[in-house]
Design a protein around this ligand. Structure first.
Ligand code: HEC
Ligand code: HEC
Length: 355
């Protein structure tokens, strides 16, 4: 073999072996129409391998002290990762949690997480349930030992991080990457806005009511037109309670975190996607049905002193909808159910046999 052929030959072998190296491929996010640009966290870029590891960890109950609870115990895919129909999840100790378990999807856009914004990022949020006594109740030393005992994780960590060393940073990053892949963007609404599906007459009427400032006036907080997130991702007091003395909120929400009493009773504005799947509603799950939600927005809004000024119709107790309009709004809200999301096998429990 002459030298030149040898060089080429070794070159090819080298290229092949590099190609086979366990390595990470960037996660291919879908093209999202009418969404604001997805904020990318440069400190935790999502890879296919990282998200896969995160999926295992999300569903692994060995990450709770008595091996009974995983993230997936409270965040269930069939309900868009909420704990519907429970008003409050029962925690590990059997006691009820204090707030309604939110759905998990399209979270990368939120500057802060939780109903009161106390977590500064998706990754920062993950330690809260892991350490909370009534959630998973586990410290890092134990969590890491549990994961180490399961040899199946060796190659998952190796693939995701080029090293089978297991530590808290990697666990957090991997779960964070999985959570970042939970995107909901394939509802009938999404098809209808690109004219691949048609709204029924009632659904379309509901869409108009939501976007009309003189009707539902919902779009200042839940935009549905030109911003498919269906939330501004901000915080707001939408006038649920007749509480004027700012100290009297039993759950102060954002105000307890910022220390600003004017923000007492302000909570994260939830997206309206998948709401048909996530009953009951609001931070405390006070409304069992969307009909109850609509009664509230129509006639029972409390014009309290620190209400969000964007609740423009609060002075007349709400949108004062006619008898048929709430039903039309609900018909529209139902178009935002994303069946592809709740059946996507990439998001399901990998410990269960494939259906
Ligand atoms: C025992 C039930 C339970 C378990 C277990 C649990 N969660 Fe939650 N989760 C909740 C509740 C309740 C909230 C809302 C708490 C609040 O806002 O104060 C929440 C909030 C969240 C949020 C914030 C969503 C938002 O819209 O702001 C994320 C993200 C999340 N959980 C992910 C996880 C992950 C990841 C795990 C596993 C490490 C996990 N959860 C385990 C009940 C649970
Ligand atoms: C000023 C902002 C604002 C406006 C306007 C507004 N909302 Fe809301 N919405 C919120 C906030 C904040 C919450 C959560 C409140 C809480 O839990 O304390 C919420 C919660 C909801 C929920 C419950 C979602 C869940 O997952 O629990 C639905 C449904 C809803 N709004 C629909 C509407 C509709 C329909 C309109 C118009 C008639 C509307 N909203 C107008 C701020 C607003």
């Amino acid at each position: 073999m002459n030298r030149r052929v040898l060089y080429i030959f070794t070159g090819i072998i080298l290229l092949i072996s590099l190609g086979n190296k366990p390595g990470q491929s960037p996660y291919a996010f879908p093209g999202l129409l009418f969404f604001p640009k997805m904020p990318i966290d440069k400190s935790n870029p999502v890879t296919k391998e990282g998200a896969l590891l995160g999926r295992y960890l999300f569903y692994d109950s060995s990450l709770s002290s008595d091996s009974s609870f995983s993230c997936g115990s409270c965040h269930k895919q069939e309900y868009a990762f909420s704990d519907s129909p429970n008003r409050f999840s029962s925690g590990r100790t059997g006691e009820k949690m204090l707030r309604n378990t939110p759905a998990l999807y399209n979270l990368a856009w939120y500057p802060t997480l939780f109903w009161d914004g106390r977590a500064s990022s998706i990754e920062n949020q993950i330690s809260f349930p892991l350490h909370a006594v009534n959630e998973m109740d586990i410290d890092w030393t134990r969590a890491i030992n549990r994961i180490k005992q399961n040899s199946a994780y060796n190659h998952l960590f190796e693939n995701a991080f080029d090293s089978h060393e297991i530590d808290s940073t990697k666990i957090i990053k991997a779960i964070g990457q999985f959570v970042r892949t939970l995107l909901s963007y394939q509802s009938k609404y999404d098809s209808a806005i690109i004219k691949n599906a048609h709204f029924t007459r009632d659904e379309y009427a509901g869409f108009v009511i939501i976007t009309d400032q003189t009707k539902g006036d919902c779009m200042h907080c839940h935009p549905t037109d030109g911003n498919s997130l269906m939330t501004t991702t901000r915080f707001s007091n939408n006038g649920l309670d007749a509480i004027d003395d700012l100290n009297n909120y039993s759950d102060k929400g954002l105000g307890a975190i910022t220390g600003n009493p004017k923000q007492n009773g302000w909570f994260k504005i939830p997206s309206l996607r998948n709401v048909a799947l996530t009953a009951p509603y609001m931070h405390d799950g006070r409304f069992a049905t969307l009909e109850e939600v609509m009664n509230f927005y129509s006639d029972s809004v409390h014009n309290v002193s620190n209400i969000d000024p964007k609740m423009e119709l609060a002075t007349r107790h709400g949108a004062n909808l006619t008898a048929t309009e709430p039903r039309q709004v609900i018909a529209f809200l139902n178009t935002m159910t994303d069946s592809a999301f709740i059946t996507n096998s990439e998001f399901s429990n990998p410990f269960l046999p494939k259906k």
